[in-house]
Design a protein around this ligand. Sequence first.
Ligand code: SF4
Length: 99
Amino acid sequence: MTRVDVPFGRRAVGARGARAAGVDAAPRAAGAGTLHIDWTRCDGRGLCTELLPELLDRDEWGYPLARTGPGSDVAVPAELARAARQAVALCPRAALRLG
Ligand code: SF4
């Protein structure tokens, strides 16, 4: 889960908690890096494929697959950085990570 450092000694919270607390997650620089899918955590319900249809497709069991090729790492272009962060924050199994 994306974590946000909160100043003044408050505990770091996940992005969802940060939004609920009115703290916006710090935007990343241009390009969001790489989205890593941990299929061992994934339950294959496909929420991430609905949030990132440009990057992710589903296999026959519902597990996310990169549209760009095989493997569990997906390059995220800058214009999809926000959607990628949202997918990471909302994944119910913490199976997505941006790096
Ligand atoms: S949102 Fe998370 S648990 Fe759901 S399909 Fe995507 S990676 Fe798997």
